[in-house]
Design a protein around this ligand. Sequence first.
Ligand code: NAD
Length: 477
Amino acid sequence: MQKVTVAYGDGIGPEIMQATLDILEAAEARLEYDIIEVGEKVYLDGNTSGITPDAWSKIRKNKVFLKAPITTPQGGGYKSLNVTMRKSLGLYANVRPCKSFHPFVATKHPEMDVVIIRENEEDLYAGIEHQQTDEVVQCLKLITRPGSEKIIRYAFEYARLYKRKKVSCFTKDNIMKHTDGLFHRVFKEVAAEYPDIQAENWIVDIGAARLSDTPEIFDVIVMPNLYGDIISDITAQISGSIGLAGTANAGENLSMFEAIHGSAPDIAGKDVANPSGLLRAAVLMLNHLGQQDVAERIINAWSTAIEKGLHTADIYRTGLSSQKLGTKAFAQAVIAHLGEKPKQLQIADFDKEIKLQIKPYQRKEGIKKTLKGVDVFVDWKGKDANALASNLQKLNSDIKLSMITNRGVKVWPEGFEETFCTDHWRCRFELEGNVPAQKSSIHKLMAKALDLKIDIIKTENLYEFDGVRGYSLGQGQ
Ligand code: NAD
């Protein structure tokens, strides 16, 4: 018997969890459950994180967590428990298999069988946001080398283990040359270690357009957090229903399994929700726990019920379905077909040794970091960049004002009068020539700015790494 933590969640959570546990029991899963409460009730009891210390310790002790969706109350400073859990527990890989079940579930994409592997901890989800002026708020997008390397390696190992042929990478590195550029660069480096697997890169906008139009050209897709969040929901939806897909959140020591949809308050308590997403998540969990025999039995019974047209309301279609079943009745239909195999849908045959081995990250030593100057961000309500520049030039020392941008567009020297400007100005001070700048020059500049009442709201040092520029140029520079 293996002990797993279980949370019944909110909205449709309790109904789909009960249906899933009933099927697991009937399929003789070798599991014991440690039940915890997380979500809405815990939030409303005054715990802004939605989870109690006791629940945390059970999750960490049992290491495997099957979680129903929860409701995050709107407003009131409640933090998303899902994001907290993924980041606090180091669940860096979010794996979402999205497959169509043609011709039994209506879809425009009969051939699709895509696995989205989404980075789960970084990117804009670091949640580091600041308002800096009356008019401007920023959110830091953090892409790290260890984070990128771990998730990309995970995608290639996953592809190899599940006998997939291709890994595609989605980024926007034509615009974000440094953040998405790093993700793409690491993708190319890691791909070179897997010559048996085809590797390709797509710009995310056209990649997403092709994925929603012709998903059959994709196999495994790896991407940073935000793109993965949006695109994996679309991918699940176009496979037939958001109610069909399960997901694994995998870390080095812990894993959390859940449906990809939310708590669906609009249909809660009505016994109409499709439990398949959570059930398929439970199957991913059984594979993770080495209970492939049970996983196969459940998927084969589920596929047989689907083939017979036994459908919940979300996938029920006249002509395709034979019976519209509620949540409980659908679970009973799956149970009634345990031991049977589908006739047309793929028969489940899971590899018995299903364990991903991810090579640990090795930090590169000896990279030469050279200070080249500083970007000083100034809150200024004026409009004429020349006026701002002549004031800022009073700060020149060995580092000199070389450029001013507004929302990334160069406005000095020689901007366009058509460029719209806010009260948030990036003012670049650089050393002329090829000698390193000194931190003390930046401190002197800041002290002088204080005397001149220039309102500096933040600074970013400019560095080269092994002689390669580590900061973006201004648009138009
Ligand atoms: P949702 O996924 O709950 O619902 C979107 C639509 O899909 C609704 O019309 C719903 O009825 C339908 N739907 C979802 N699951 C279904 C199922 N199993 N069977 C049939 N139909 C289904 O998204 P939402 O309405 O944006 O969010 C509702 C709540 O869920 C919010 O509080 C949100 O924060 C939370 N949420 C939680 C999770 C999670 O716990 N992992 C994920 C996403 C959203």
